[in-house]
Design a protein around this ligand. Structure first.
Ligand SMILES: [Mg+2]
Length: 254
C-alpha cells in the first residue's frame, strides 16, 4: 500500500481545551489529553474526531508535530503509533518510544552555539517581565536550554504585546538572527530560527518516509507554516491564528 503521511500539530489543530470551546455540548466531545492529575483536559470536536477517523480509514500515518515536551506528549491519549516530533521539532520519538539519538546529537551541536544568545535574550526580558507580572520559563531539550517562554497569569494581551515587541527589538538590535520570537494565545517564546518543526519534518521524511506518495501538513499557527509548506497539501482550521492572519492581510487577488 502507498505511504501517505499527515504531519499534524496537536493543540488547537486536532484538539483544544474547553476554554476554546464555549457552548460546546460535552457529550459530543472526545477526550484527547489528560492534565497532570489524570483528568480529561483537551477534547476533539466531532469534526476533529471525524478528520482523525478519515485519516485512519485511509491508512494515513499521522505524525504529531508539537511544541509539547515528552511529559506533555505522554498526556495525549489519542492513539499515535508512528514517529512523534516534540519539543518544537528538537526531539524525535521512534514508534517504540525511544528518543532518536542521531537527531539529538545534531540538535545538541546546534544548540551549543546558541546558548549565549538564548541566555542574553532571556536576561534582557527578566526585569520587564517581572514589572508586568509575567513569568519566564526556560525549557530544555537534550539537557540544553532551547527556548524561553513568557506567560501572563491572566493572558494580559497588552503586557504580552509590549514584551513581544521588546524581545523582537532586542534580537534586531543585537543581531541575534539565529533566534526567532513566536507568539500564540497566552505565550510568547524565543527559540532557534533554523532548527524546529520544519527541519524535523524534513529529516523524518528523508530518513523514514522517503517512499511517501502524498503528505499533508496540519496546523493552526504561524509557527506551523514552514513545515506545512513543505508538505503536498496544508490543512488548517478556520479560526486558527494562521487563517486569521491570512484573512487580515487582505491579499490582492492576483
Ligand atoms: Mg497549535
Amino acid at each position: 500500500m502507498s505511504t501517505i503521511v499527515a504531519f499534524a500539530d496537536l493543540d488547537d489543530t486536532l484538539f483544544q481545551t474547553l476554554r476554546k470551546l464555549p457552548g460546546a455540548d460535552p457529550r459530543t466531545l472526545t477526550p484527547a489529553t489528560v492534565n497532570t492529575q489524570g483528568e480529561a483536559h483537551s477534547f476533539c470536536t466531532p469534526t476533529q474526531a471525524e478528520l482523525l477517523r478519515l485519516l485512519a480509514c485511509g491508512g494515513v500515518t499521522v505524525i504529531p508535530v508539537t511544541g509539547r515536551d515528552l511529559a506533555a506528549m505522554a498526556r495525549v491519549t489519542l492513539p499515535f503509533s508512528s514517529w512523534r516530533i516534540v519539543d518544537h521539532g528538537l526531539t524525535l520519538i521512534a514508534p517504540d518510544g525511544a528518543v532518536d539519538a542521531e537527531w539529538a546529537a545534531h540538535v545538541r551541536a546546534h544548540l551549543h552555539d546558541l546558548q549565549d544568545a538564548l541566555a542574553a535574550a532571556t536576561a534582557h526580558l527578566e526585569a520587564h517581565a517581572a514589572r508586568l507580572g509575567c513569568r519566564l520559563t526556560r525549557h530544555h531539550a537534550h539537557q540544553l536550554p532551547f527556548m524561553t517562554v513568557l506567560k501572563h497569569p491572566e493572558a494580559h494581551a497588552g503586557a504580552l504585546e509590549e514584551l513581544q515587541l521588546r524581545w523582537e527589538g532586542f534580537l534586531v538590535d543585537q543581531n541575534l538572527a539565529d533566534l526567532q520570537i513566536i507568539a500564540n494565545a497566552n505565550n510568547v517564546s524565543v527559540l532557534p530560527r533554523s532548527l524546529g518543526k520544519l527541519e524535523a519534518v524534513q529529516h523524518l521524511r528523508q530518513r523514514q518516509f522517503s517512499d511517501a506518495v502524498l503528505t499533508f501538513g496540519l496546523g493552526d499557527s504561524l509557527s506551523d507554516l514552514a513545515f506545512m509548506s513543505a508538505c503536498d497539501f496544508a490543512v488548517t482550521p478556520p479560526r486558527g491564528q494562521l487563517l486569521r492572519a491570512v484573512n487580515a492581510a487582505r491579499l490582492p487577488q492576483r
